[in-house]
Every structure is written in C-alpha cells, then in structure tokens.
Design a protein around this ligand. Structure first.
Ligand SMILES: NC(=O)c1ccc[n+]([C@@H]2O[C@H](COP(=O)([O-])OP(=O)(O)OC[C@H]3O[C@@H](n4cnc5c(N)ncnc54)[C@H](O)[C@@H]3O)[C@@H](O)[C@H]2O)c1
Length: 322
C-alpha cells in the first residue's frame, strides 16, 4: 500500500508523513513548494510538481503503485482568497479536479480531502455538526465546498470512495521538535503570539467586540498530530464504507484569543505586547466543532486535547528551529 500525500512539505501534510513513517506505511509526496519546505521532505520520496498541470501528474505518477490519496495541497490564506480569486480557484479547485481525475483514471479508490470549517460560514448552532448548512463567506471556504461537491459527484459516478475532513484550527507541533508551523506570512494565532512573546514585537488582536465573555472570538484548536491520526483512520473507514463522507475534526472545546495569549504568557513567563485592532468583516464570534461523528465512526481519539499541550509543543518547535 502506497499513499500519495499531496502537500506533504506543508504544515499538516508533513505531520501526517511523520505519522506514516512511525507506522512504517509506504508513501510518496508531491508538492510544488509554493508554501511548503524542502527541509520537511529531506530523505523522503517526493516529486516536485504542480497539481495545476494534469500532464505533470500523469507523467510523474502513472507508474507508481498508489492505493490511496491524501490531498492536503492547497493555498489557505483567507484574505488572499478574496484578493486573488482566480489564482485560488485554479490552485485549489482545478488542481484538485486534476488529481481526482487522475485517481479515477488510475482506479485509485480511496481519496481523503483536507476540507475546512470555513465551508459552514456563520454558524447557526454551536457546536457545529456535519449536517449544519454550508454557506461559506469567503472564496477559500467556497473553494473547499466546490471540491467537496466535485468529489461527491465523482464518487457517485465512479468507484471512488471519499472522506472530506473539515478541520477547525490546526495547531501545535510534533514532539520531536523538528516539525511545526512555519508559514510565510504566518496568519495563524498561536505561532504569531509565540513570536511576539519571544521577539518582544507587538501582536494585534483582531477586535474585542465579539459576543463572548472577554470580547475576543472563540476558536476550536486541534493538535496537528491528532489531525494526522484521523487521516489514517479515514482510510481504514473506507475499507468497509463506500461512497462519500464528511467528518469534523475539532476538539469540541473553544478558547478565546485572550485565553490563548494568557496561556502563552504563562508557559513562556513573558508578557505578550498586544494591541486591539479592528474586527475582521464577517468573522464568526464562536466556532466549535461537534466531533462525535468522527469519534464514533472513525474511532478517533484525541491524545493532545489541551491548550497547554498544543501551545507547549508549538513553543518547543519555535525555540528549536525559528
Ligand atoms: N492549517 C489549518 O488550520 C487548516 C484548517 C483547515 C483546512 N486546512 C487545509 O489543510 C491543508 C493543509 O494546510 P497547511 O496548513 O498544512 O498548509 P501549508 O501551506 O503548510 O501546506 C500546503 C502544501 O501544499 C503545497 N501546494 C500548494 N499548492 C500546490 C499545488 N498546486 N501543487 C502541489 N503542491 C501544492 C504547498 O507547497 C504546501 O507544502 C490545506 O488544504 C488547507 O486549506 C488547514
């Protein structure tokens, strides 16, 4: 069994690859290194290719004995998706279509897709269940939903079985301290707060007028290693479940931005110098997953389900590498 891992040089993909290595499962990575890192694929089997080009996919991958695909590759900065609509559509939707067509042609039956809580838009109910209406409010979320729908259509027409995993906020880093979150620019909360604390730079909180106890928005953080395990469980799930499936990957616990800042201050024993900026348009007050479907049907168990575990692992990476 060889798993094709797209985006394996990125943050979540590289942690999934590490998980496969520990389980001694064969894999091959593809990445165009647009946001990923060569150091994350060092000494691993990888192809540098762009999924936007179907010919590159075919030429490089057609002779490999691939049994399943785990598709992480994509661009994921929400504000960029608003400014660069065409680029995001091509990179996230058309490239995914190329990959799915390749899967159908090669009769690769199992396909796991990195979707996002962004497909839900403004939640009507918290925690958010998988059957919550999907009304994305930005192009990034629309792209994710378009790919989900495409995969659903293909799974009805062809022998392609699909799991779409809707991640909430991926965070943290591997315990070995050599893999972690390193985006440029970094738009994610925890690495930015750590960075501000360690470099004494100013951190901007995006608004304190949300409808929450301390006025900052509440998000559901899920450790990247717990995300990794869910992907392998999803592949096993498809052994006995055909067709198209969606699962939330979140912790069912929400933390406000201020709670994250306080935990970082406590763990680092340093003050975070922050100022309050403007609230982002359309940003929901609270996003928390209902994860019961994943827990019950995938047998998913969260092993690093505390804010302290998540932030301390991120700090370890930050201090080691950045
Ligand atoms: N990080 C999160 O909190 C989060 C939340 C929800 C969903 N997601 C989704 O999970 C996936 C992985 O996220 P991440 O944080 O690891 O992102 P990342 O940017 O760190 O990794 C994405 C990887 O895909 C590669 N890539 C992008 N476009 C490509 C293309 N056309 N061809 C080949 N390779 C390409 C990049 O070089 C990079 O290595 C993305 O699809 C993202 O939208 C992430």
């Amino acid at each position: 069994m060889t798993i094709l891992v797209t985006g394996g040089a990125g943050y979540i993909g590289s942690h999934f690859v590490r998980y496969l290595e520990r389980k001694k499962i064969e894999f091959v990575i593809v990445d165009n290194f647009s946001t990923g890192h060569k150091k994350f694929v060092k000494n691993k089997k990888f192809f540098e290719l762009d999924l936007k080009d179907p010919e590159e996919i075919r030429v490089n991958l057609q002779d490999l004995d691939i049994t399943s695909i785990v598709h992480f590759a994509g661009l994921s900065i929400v504000s960029d998706s608003q400014k660069m609509e065409k680029e995001y559509y091509e990179n996230n939707v058309l490239a995914s279509m190329n990959l799915a067509k390749f899967a159908v042609e090669k009769k690769i039956r199992k396909f796991i897709y990195s979707s996002s809580a962004a497909v839900y838009g403004i939640p009507k109910e918290i925690p958010i269940k998988e059957n919550h209406p999907t009304k994305p409010i930005n192009n990034y979320g629309k792209n994710k939903l378009e790919v989900e729908n495409l995969l659903k259509d293909l799974s009805m027409e062809f022998p392609l079985d699909v799991v779409c995993l809707r991640y909430f906020n991926a965070a943290g880093a591997d315990d070995d301290g050599d893999l972690g979150e390193e985006h440029n620019p970094e738009t994610h909360l925890i690495p930015n707060v750590i960075n501000s604390a360690l470099n004494s730079s100013e951190f901007t909180v995006n608004g304190d007028t949300y409808n929450t106890d301390d006025g900052t928005c509440i998000r559901d953080f899920i450790h990247v290693n717990d995300l990794a395990s869910a992907h392998l469980l999803s592949l096993s799930f498809l052994d006995s479940n055909k067709g198209f499936h969606v699962f939330n990957l979140g912790s069912e616990t929400g933390f406000s931005i201020m709670e994250v800042i306080n935990e970082c201050q406590e763990l680092l024993q340093t003050k975070v110098n922050f100022r309050v900026g403007t609230k982002r348009d359309g940003d929901p007050d609270i996003l928390i997953a209902d994860n019961k479907k994943s827990v019950n049907k995938l047998n998913w168990r969260l092993e690093k389900n505390s804010l302290k575990a998540i932030i301390s692992s991120a700090i370890k990476y930050h201090k080691n590498v950045l």
